[in-house]
Design a protein around this ligand. Structure first.
Ligand code: GDP
Ligand code: MN
Length: 382
């Protein structure tokens, strides 16, 4: 679960990290009022759950309250990476003399929280990694010991020098670490961590992502969820008991099991196609689930072909077949449907489909090749 910048900054402030004063506005008039109250110049910043807002024109400075209102009017109308801006953060502008980067993430390979820091902040870390890889420092925190001055201070000080700056960075990373572990985050990032002419570090931008699998331990975080994180299809799928993730390809996928879904998407890619989504109908799929899955996928205008891949275990092929027939009756499915069906109650399932004039593959490779061949302009790899 991702937080907006203003929410992330508020949590960081609670954990002792210096953050510029600011509040959220939904209208230009509100932005003007906030700018008057906190004092100018201010930054007016689009609150959308994507990075690179600055480059997209979603971060603007305003010298006085009137201008803050005008900038808010510009930004509130914008769409950034497909997301409409509905609120802006109006925050005291920091006078910035240098931009640093600092983050905590989970390093799965090291089974530890990893700290990444750089004196070349501002741009995205992927960009720093390409342009100035030698300027990135990383260190893993032993999960038993956490952040330990004797172990980690010198490493951090390589990104933040001189020592007086490293001391401030140490305090900031300490606060980030308490937030990270206390709320089970998967990312806490400050970029830029801004240096002011007075020599202080402040968090000019912040990102926080919570680990969804640990959210049950923090019911108080639920109120921070923003509907924008999940699109209409994701929400719809969730309430239908389906695991769904939208992607940008053209082949809609309905599969039973998360692992088989991943393998199916890999195979589609391998044969030159691109999946429009990940969708796991789950184990005990009743026909209703297949109907809902087809409903969600077939309204995606990018989808030009659909693949249903079922390896029946707990899932019964006849239930799936009933769902497909139900969908054919109730929905308009504007694209070809390719089905691969094997496993529990396969014969019953095939009989149901055959009676309706529908063929199903047994072999997954053949089914994937067939569905990729249906996509206009795609060449199936041999
Ligand atoms: P992002 O593009 O989504 O990462 O948004 P940021 O909040 O990081 O803003 C982008 C850039 O705007 C930063 O890298 C800064 O250069 C600039 N910026 C953001 N906040 C301030 C501020 O308070 N003062 C100044 N001078 N520049 C800022
Ligand atoms: Mn940023």
């Amino acid at each position: 679960m991702k937080l907006h910048e203003y929410q992330a900054k508020s949590l960081l402030r609670d954990h002792g990290v210096p953050v510029p004063e600011g509040r959220v506005a939904r209208t230009p008039a509100e932005a003007e009022t906030i700018a008057r109250e906190i004092g100018c110049p201010v930054m007016v910043k689009a609150q959308v759950l994507v990075g690179g807002r600055g480059k997209a024109g979603g971060v603007k400075m305003a010298a006085d309250p009137k201008e803050a209102g005008a900038r808010a009017r510009d930004i509130l109308g914008m769409t950034i990476k497909g997301i409409e801006v509905q609120q802006v953060l109006v925050a005291r502008a920091v006078d910035i003399t240098a931009e640093y980067y600092v983050s905590l993430t989970v390093d799965r390979a090291a089974k530890a929280i990893q700290c990444i820091a750089s004196a070349s902040g501002g741009m995205e870390i992927e960009e720093i990694a390409v342009k100035e890889p030698h300027k990135i420092i990383r260190f893993a925190l032993d999960p038993e010991l956490g952040l330990v001055r004797e172990r980690h201070f010198d490493a951090l000080a390589r990104a933040f020098s001189p020592t007086s700056l490293a001391e401030q960075a140490w305090t900031i990373v300490g606060g980030m670490y308490r937030l990270f572990t206390g709320k089970d985050c998967s990312l806490v990032e400050i970029n830029p961590c801004a240096l002011t002419p007075a020599g202080s570090l402040v968090a000019a931008d912040a990102k926080v992502i919570f680990d969804d699998n640990a959210l049950y331990r923090h019911p108080e975080l639920e109120s921070l969820r923003s509907p924008e994180e999940y699109g209409e299809d994701e929400m719809d799928a969730k309430s239908s008991g389906l695991s769904y993730v939208g992607l940008d390809g053209t082949i809609g996928c309905i599969v039973n099991g998360a692992g088989l879904s991943m393998a199916t998407m890999d195979l589609i890619k391998y044969f030159g196609g691109s999946p429009a989504n990940f969708l796991d109908v789950g184990g005990s799929s009743n026909p209703e689930k297949v109907l809902n899955a087809l409903r969600i996928i077939s309204r995606n205008p990018r989808v030009t072909a659909i693949l249903i891949n079922i390896f029946g275990g707990i899932t019964r092929c006849d239930d799936i077949a009933r769902g497909i027939l139900m969908a054919r009756e109730k929905l308009h499915i504007p694209v070809p449907l390719t089905i691969r069906l094997i496993g529990t109650n396969e014969k019953e399932g095939r009989d149901l489909l055959e009676a309706a004039g529908i063929d199903a593959y047994t072999d997954l490779t053949e089914a994937v090749q067939a569905v990729v061949a249906q996509v206009p302009g795609e060449k199936v790899r041999a």
